[in-house]
Design a protein around this ligand. Structure first.
Ligand code: ZN
Length: 138
């Protein structure tokens, strides 16, 4: 388990105030992923062996590895993982505010890649290409 801060967020769509886990701006090479309902968190590390396999498949246009690791991660409670901050009330990712107030500490597990780790190099390359295709072009 990994200690993370719980930081206040406010949804721009439904105005619900909620919390999201964070390692803070100083965390290098790690990120908090969330379940698609915004209720469970897990830690992803860019330094793991699997993350290195994924990193080797990224191109100069891929700004970060996190959307790829989120899409390749094992679900938690049957829910897909996301690198975005999700409102647990309405599942919007539009935030009015985020990160200002620290609400406490929590312990979060490491994200796992049990299914994706079994992919052959070709299968993993195909998955990474498919994930890239699905990302919003922002
Ligand atoms: Zn909301």
């Amino acid at each position: 388990m990994n200690a993370a801060a719980l930081l206040a967020a406010k949804c721009a769509s439904c105005r619900t105030e909620f919390h999201h886990a964070s390692f803070g701006d100083l965390a290098y090479g790690e990120a908090v992923l969330s379940t698609s309902d915004g209720r469970r968190f897990a830690r992803a590390s860019a330094g793991s062996d699997f993350a290195q396999r994924v990193a080797n498949l990224l191109t100069g246009n891929d700004r970060t590895i996190w959307p790829f690791l989120a899409a390749l991660a094992d679900p938690i409670d049957g829910l897909a993982m996301t690198h975005r901050i999700v409102c647990p009330a309405c599942r919007s990712t539009e935030l009015e505010s985020w990160g200002g107030t620290r609400l406490g500490l929590t312990e979060i597990p490491d994200v796992t890649f049990t299914a994706s780790e079994r992919l052959t190099p070709t299968e993993l390359a195909n998955r990474v290409a498919a994930i890239r295709h699905e990302l919003p072009g922002d």
